[in-house]
Structure formats: C-alpha cells, structure tokens
Design a protein around this ligand. Structure first.
Ligand code: ADP
Ligand code: MG
Length: 210
C-alpha cells in the first residue's frame, strides 16, 4: 500500500476495536496487578462507542475520522487512558487535516504529532513505564523505515512497540497509578504499553489487508 486512506483507517479502527474487545480481560488483568483493574474495560467501552460511530460516519477525510475517534474516547473513557488516547487521535486529526490519503511520510508526521500530544498531556518520559515506552519507539521505528513504504514502516513500528512493552516490564513506574506501588510494580507488564502495541499491530494488519 502506498497511501493510507479512509478505508484503511476504518479497517484499522474496526480491527483495533475487535482486538481490544477480545483481549479486554487480559488488559484488565494486567491493570489489576499494578493499577485498578479497569484498563480493558475502559478501552473496550471507548472503542465500542467508536465502532458505533463508524457506521454513520463519512470516513473520507482522515482528519474528520480521527477527530470523531478522539472526541468519542474523551467522552466515554474514564481513567488516564481515555484522555491520553483521545489526545493521540485529536493530534492525528490536526496533522491529517482534510486530506483523504496520507503517504508514508504523512502518516509518520501524524503519528509523531500523536506521540507529542500524549507526552504533553501525560508528561511521561521514556522509562516511566507507560504507554509512551511503546508509542515512542514505535514512532521512531516508523520514521526510520518510512522510506521503504507504509507497510514496511508499520511492520517496524509494531515490532518496536512490542519490544518497548517488554523492555519496561522489570522497571518501577514513575507515572500513573502504578507509580504508587513503588518497587512492587517491577516485574509486571504495563497495561497501557500493551494496548498501544495492539494498536500498532492492528494498524499493520489493517494496512496489510488492502
Ligand atoms: P487509570 O490508570 O486511570 O485507571 P487505565 O487503567 O485505563 O487508567 O490506563 C492505565 C495505563 O495508562 C497505564 O498502564 C499507563 O500505560 C498509562 N498511563 C498512566 N498514566 C500515564 C501518563 N501520565 N502518561 C502516559 N501514559 C500513562
Ligand atoms: Mg486502570
């Protein structure tokens, strides 16, 4: 695929919503170890609402679709992850504007803007043991491979997200609820880094389908 268009975006959103639903209990179990046992429930609520919105949506403009997703997440998901993922999609919306198809570079620019929004909003740095530890490396890897096209860049991004997710498992958390646990958070996989990895795997697979 040389361009990311509205159909690919919708395919990605449906894939991600399906996988979050399938893995809701796993995400919630991870959050029960170092949080308040609601991450899977939060995201499943949000992406079920996104799925319901997609049916009535004219998904031609990438920015309009991303904006609808962001607003839906912010209004339906409680907890840290709702505003964070909401901000991610709102920043994608601003970056895409009214464009109907992004090339490899354009999708990279949007993903970078999404990451910057999450960092501004949540103030997490690398190694704080949050979703940023999957998102940051994924965007870096995407950009490094963007010259090889969207599919290759998303393949690299999904791999980097998973590596980031696993890399921080031994760490102590410095942001979010898990940070209240001190040393006890060490050795537990972060729920948000896990859902962010699912996001990039969904993006990779939805694009590969076309
Ligand atoms: P809550 O912690 O409010 O219950 P969730 O359980 O839905 O929200 O999400 C928890 C996840 O959110 C964590 O695993 C972590 O990855 C992410 N997170 C928490 N705080 C931050 C932050 N300040 N910046 C980035 N990600 C964060
Ligand atoms: Mg939680």
């Amino acid at each position: 695929m040389s361009e990311f268009d509205g159909a690919a975006f919708v395919r990605f959103l449906r894939t991600f919503a399906d996988r979050i639903h399938e893995r809701r209990d796993e995400l919630t179990r991870l959050d029960s170890a170092i949080g308040d046992a609601d991450h899977g429930i939060n995201l499943d609520r949000g992406f079920s609402a996104v799925r319901a919105k997609l049916d009535g949506l004219d998904a031609t403009d990438l920015g309009a679709t991303a904006k609808a997703v962001g607003m839906t997440l912010i209004s339906t998901v409680g907890g840290a992850s709702g505003p964070l993922y909401g901000t991610f999609f709102l920043r994608l919306a601003t970056a895409f504007g009214d464009t109907q198809a992004a090339d490899a570079q354009g999708l990279g620019t949007a993903l970078r803007a999404g990451l910057e929004g999450v960092v501004q909003r949540g103030k997490a740095a690398l190694d704080d043991k949050t979703m940023v530890d999957a998102l940051g490396p994924a965007v870096d890897a995407y950009e490094a491979a963007a010259g090889d096209g969207i599919s290759a860049a998303l393949e690299a991004a999904a791999t980097a997200a998973a590596v980031g997710r696993d890399r921080i498992t031994p760490l102590v958390a410095r942001k979010g609820r898990a940070s209240y646990l001190g040393e006890r958070a060490a050795g537990h996989q972060d729920p948000g880094a896990t859902s962010t990895t699912i996001l990039f795997e969904s993006l990779r697979d939805a694009v590969a389908e076309s």
